[in-house]
Every structure is written in structure tokens, then in C-alpha cells.
Design a protein around this ligand. Structure first.
Ligand code: DGL
Length: 279
């Protein structure tokens, strides 16, 4: 199997491997979806980057990808990017774009205590976009926020090695665990696509608290857009490979993530994006 650049596909984008959690949710609904994955390893982690940097960088990478591949739809499987780059992308790129943003709205509906936890990257918790979501959909709730890059790194490491450092996960959310029960959030929004990968460990740390991510909503949205824009060709079975493209160098752990992470999610080839652009 080789890649056919003309095969109609959906492109998933993230800074790292967290977007694979979104791929999994979307594929639960659309198992035949033909997709590629692009991750900006050279720019990782996004949660610590300036907004201007992200707008320019994500725009450039996705514009290049759309020129080279027959991309029918893009999923920006990254909250940190989606909460800042979507207007620019939609202006520059003329294929439908789905963004992933924190599930504040359903969390506000679900929370009985009207205390929500938002667990995301430092970038996402400080975004105006996030504040607007809170003001619009959760104005009756208290929203406690933790921004963590450590958790993003733990999730990357988990995908590569299968190991989760439960103690480090617990340390990240300790300030909520130590709160008096009635002051704790009863719903925690996983506002970073890396965090659903750590669900088991987060459940251990947080106990009874409900964890909410955007995966299922994104699956629904992608299915609706395929209908609305008549993009059914992305659901046909093609005898071509699904690629995971990366920026920068992943030398040290290429073999381990190829076998342990990408193959499991259906991406049979792992290739440097720059090399693909040149070829
Ligand atoms: N997976 C990304 C998100 O959903 C960000 C991880 C990073 O900091 O690069 O926000």
C-alpha cells in the first residue's frame, strides 16, 4: 500500500499525539473514514506558545497540507490551537474545518453542584475564547481552572511507552482533591485532546468526579459535515495507507511510537512532513 495524494481524506492536526484521542472518537462513529494525521512535533508543546506564533505556524502547515493532499475536511484536534487559530484558518483555507474546544456547555448542564473544573493547557485556560465560552454557557457556574503542560507530556509518554505516572497525575489535580467535598467540581472538562488518554489515571486521582471531553461531539460534527457537504468519498474504502506526518525530528523514539501509537490508530506510515513536501 502506498499513499495516493489524490485519495479523498480527512486531516487531523495536533501539536503531538493527543489528537489521536479525537481520531478514535470520530472513527467510533465513522469506522471507514480515510484520514491522515499531521502533528507539529517541532512546535510542541503548544500550551506554552504565543498566540501569534500559533496562528502563523498552524496556518502555514495546514495550507501546505491542503495543497499537497486531497483533503476534504480538517479537524484541528487541539484545543490550544482551535481556541485561537480558527478564524484565520477559515479565512485562508476553503475546506470545512472542525475545531475542538473545551466542552464547557455540556459541563454546565451536567453539573449539579454548579462547580466545574477546567483541565487544559496554560494557553487554553487563559484564552479569551475560553472566557467567552464560560460567560456564554456557564455563567451560573463557578469554573476552577488548572493549566498543565506536565499532563500533556505524561500523555505523550503514555502513548509511547504504555506507562502512566499516577503520582504525577495526582499532583497536577491535587488542589481539587484536597478541597472540601462541597467545594469540589463535580464535572471536570478535559480541555486538551491529550487528557482523555489519561482518563484511567485521572479517574483514580479524582474519584467520583465526571470527566467530560469533546470527542463524541466532534464525531457527530464530522458526520454531519460529511452529509451537508456531500463528502461521502472520504468514507469509501481505499487501498492506500493512512499517514502520520510530523515536523522536526522524532529520531529517538520513532520506532516506539510507530509501533505503539500510530499503528494502533490506523496510521501505518510515519513520515517527516518536510520530506513529504519536497518529494
Ligand atoms: N493537544 C493539545 C490541546 O488539545 C495541546 C498540547 C500542547 O500543549 O501542545 O490543547
Amino acid at each position: 500500500m502506498i499513499i495516493t495524494k489524490s485519495t479523498p481524506s480527512v486531516l487531523f492536526f495536533d501539536s503531538g499525539m493527543g489528537g489521536l484521542s479525537v481520531v478514535a472518537s470520530v472513527k467510533e462513529r465513522l469506522p471507514n473514514l480515510h484520514c491522515h494525521y499531521l502533528f507539529d512535533h517541532a512546535g510542541f508543546p503548544y500550551g506554552e506558545k504565543q498566540e501569534d506564533f500559533l496562528i502563523e505556524r498552524v496556518g502555514e502547515l495546514l495550507e501546505q497540507a491542503v495543497k499537497l493532499l486531497n483533503i476534504k475536511l480538517i479537524v484541528v484536534a487541539c484545543n490550544t490551537a482551535s481556541t485561537i487559530v480558527l478564524p484565520h484558518l477559515r479565512h485562508e483555507i476553503k475546506v470545512p474545518i472542525v475545531g475542538v474546544v473545551p466542552a464547557i456547555k455540556p459541563a454546565a448542564v451536567l453539573s449539579k453542584r454548579k462547580i466545574i473544573g477546567l483541565l487544559a493547557t496554560p494557553g487554553t485556560i487563559h484564552r479569551q475564547y475560553t472566557q467567552d465560552l464560560i460567560d456564554k454557557f456557564a455563567s451560573d457556574c463557578k469554573v476552577l481552572r488548572i493549566g498543565s503542560t506536565k499532563l500533556v507530556e505524561l500523555a505523550e509518554n503514555y502513548l509511547a511507552t504504555g506507562f502512566v505516572d499516577d503520582e504525577e497525575v495526582l499532583k497536577t489535580v491535587k488542589e481539587w482533591v484536597e478541597l472540601d467535598k462541597k467545594l469540589q467540581p463535580d464535572v471536570v472538562v478535559l480541555g486538551c485532546t491529550h487528557f482523555p488518554l489519561l482518563k484511567q489515571s485521572l479517574k483514580k486521582a479524582l474519584g467520583e468526579i465526571t470527566l467530560l471531553d469533546s470527542g463524541d461531539a466532534i464525531g457527530r460534527r464530522v458526520a454531519n459535515l460529511i452529509d451537508d457537504f456531500k463528502l461521502e468519498s472520504v468514507l469509501e474504502t481505499y487501498d492506500v495507507s493512512s499517514y502520520a506526518f510530523y515536523t522536526g525530528s522524532i529520531e529517538a523514539y520513532e520506532k516506539i511510537i510507530r509501533e505503539n501509537s500510530f499503528k494502533r490508530y490506523g496510521f501505518t506510515c510515519l513520515q517527516e512532513f518536510k520530506k513529504f513536501v519536497k518529494d
